[in-house]
Design a protein around this ligand. Sequence first.
Ligand SMILES: [Zn+2]
Length: 156
Amino acid sequence: MLPETHFLVPFAVGLILYKAGIIPWQLALVAGILGVLIDLDHYFEHVLHAKKNRFSLLATWNTSIHTHRFIQRSFIHEEIGIVLVTLLVVLLFFVSATTSIIVALSYYSHLLLDIKSLEKRKVLHLRFGRIYIAESFYGIVFDSFAIIVMVTALAL
Ligand SMILES: [Zn+2]
């Protein structure tokens, strides 16, 4: 999924929680931003494994979207990451239930959206200069659904 999907889905769910009086709207925004930042591991893996353009954000992006020269996902996207973040979510719950909800919302939505079968069927391939964009069918579906949820939540 592209970053906008990783932002929109937890933000939309966060807006529902805001409308239900569970969290302030600012934390819905934080959930969306955290949902995107989870993919920062792509950059660190790129720095570790790239043969050239190691510190380039553009090269990191294009490796992830277009060339797929190596896997950029770190342990945070794997079982050990799920176990560690789940432990963090449980521990956080006893300190701040609201913070725990935000971390859980951003992390678990990110993992669900990263499921390989949802990303497989790319229907949109664009190139702007040296930047490649490839969006999956389900990415577009989730973006559309999140926008509908956001508009509905804000309208009610
Ligand atoms: Zn990811």
